[in-house]
Design a protein around this ligand. Structure first.
Ligand code: HSE
Length: 414
């Protein structure tokens, strides 16, 4: 039986999930794969706080570089997060030819182009299943099950924290901040949680899905991003009364060769499957030209679900190392093949929900019409207008004349 020695950098929520998962099921993994995973070293600046699990003496260290440099260590799991020291450590490991498994979506979204190249040059891999969708093997599906498809669209609920907040706001009517504090206690949220609630974490994950779909490192700057920070309970209950739920939805569409990417709080019909994705669950809907519609669902955040994805990558990286695969398919798929054209934020076509705060509804409808936006429903009792599809730039112009109005995207999945 071959053993692989793993060096873990970062002993936070995800690091603990990985160690706990290997302690529980390592023998099973060995039985299934012929490779026994051994956590040889764990580096963290804090090696004294009780994490609720026990590791053998000598495993914990505060010196991450010594773990990377250790000849006995076969694989590195970068579970620190952030884009500074994590980048330095990852580059160092890759330059030493060591495969790196990571859950770090921010790092890949911001420095992926550089990191994938360094991995390829050093004939090694970066494995990043845990960076998108927590425990859902969505990237595995993209690079194996869907490899024969051109990707037409991807819809994703990709942030466990936001989905947890939105679910509890709707079902329990609790204030935003109270639920966010619970999400932090449960280990779902980033530190600080601004990346979650401002939609940036979802945008990071969106670039990774799109990079794999279109074969280029998609820059974060092309994702039109809005978060849920300003969302009020009133919008959630108005949406409910109209037959919708509000989800922080990532949308990727290939429209005749131009790729449209956005993240924003969106009304989805209660009859659509996205509406049933609750709590910290994530879901990704991928439409391929051959396969048609597919859906992937599971826990999008948390220690053991994310640990499960990291473990899957560790076992795959170990197998690739044994088979001398070099840079794996997950790297080839992310490297630039041809230039991709992106749709400007203002050119994205969408329907919207607009709650008029000042002035009457007829006047508001006239203003919208002036900007080329047709209405689909005018709800007098709640001062709401649902629109037909129009360009984002038209909505932006119209909103300047609709003082104080609240606007959200509405997606019918047509
Ligand atoms: N903060 C992230 C989330 C963790 O809530 O989805 C998983 O990527």
């Amino acid at each position: 039986m071959k053993e692989i020695k793993i060096g873990i950098l970062g002993f936070g929520t995800v690091g603990v999930g990985v160690v706990e998962g290997i302690q529980k099921n390592g023998a099973l993994m060995a039985e299934r794969t012929g490779i026994y995973p051994v956590v040889a070293k764990i580096a963290d600046l804090d090696i004294t706080t009780d994490r609720g699990i026990t590791v053998p003496d000598g495993v914990l260290t505060t010196d991450a570089m010594s773990v990377i440099a250790d000849d006995q260590i076969d694989l590195i799991a970068e579970l620190i997060g952030g884009t500074t020291v994590a980048r330095t450590f990852m580059l160092e490991a890759l330059k030493q030819g060591k495969p790196v498994v990571t859950a770090n979506k921010a790092l890949l979204a911001e420095h992926g182009a550089e990191l994938y190249k360094v991995a390829q040059e050093n004939k090694t891999g970066i494995y990043y299943e845990a960076a998108v969708g927590g425990g859902i093997p969505i990237l595995l599906a993209q690079r194996t099950g869907l490899v024969g498809n051109q990707i037409e669209s991807i819809y994703g609920i990709l942030n466990g924290t936001c989905n947890y907040i939105l679910t509890r706001m709707e079902l329990e009517g609790l204030p935003f901040d109270e639920i966010l504090a619970d999400a932090q206690k449960l280990g779902y949220a980033e530190t600080p949680p601004d990346l979650d609630i401002d939609g940036i974490d979802t945008a990071h994950k969106t670039t990774i899905l799109a990079s794999m779909a279109y074969g280029t490192p998609v820059p974060i700057s092309v994702v039109a991003t809005k978060g849920i920070r300003a969302l009020s309970g009133q919008e959630i209950s108005n949406a409910d009364a109209l037959g919708y739920r509000i989800k922080l939805l990532a949308i990727i569409k290939n429209k005749g060769g131009k790729v449209e990417l956005s993240v924003e709080p969106t009304l989805v019909p209660k009859t659509h499957m996205t509406a049933s994705v609750n709590d910290s669950f994530n879901a990704v809907f991928v439409k391929g030209d051959l396969v048609g519609d597919t859906m992937y669902y599971g826990r999008g955040a948390g220690s053991l679900p994310t640990g499960s994805a990291v473990i899957a990558d560790l076992m795959e990286a170990a197998a690739d190392q044994s088979n001398k695969v070099g840079a794996p398919v997950g790297i080839h798929m992310m490297l630039q093949k041809e230039a991709v054209e992106y749709c400007a934020a203002g050119a994205i076509e969408k329907c919207c929900y607009i709650r008029i705060v000042e002035g009457d509804l007829k006047e508001a409808a006239t203003i919208l019409k002036k900007h080329g936006i047709d209405t689909r429903l005018i709800e007098e009792s709640t001062s709401i207008i649902l629109t037909q599809k129009a360009k984002e730039s038209a909505f932006v112009a119209a909103m300047k004349e609709l003082n104080g109005a609240i606007r959200l995207r509405l997606e019918n999945f047509e």
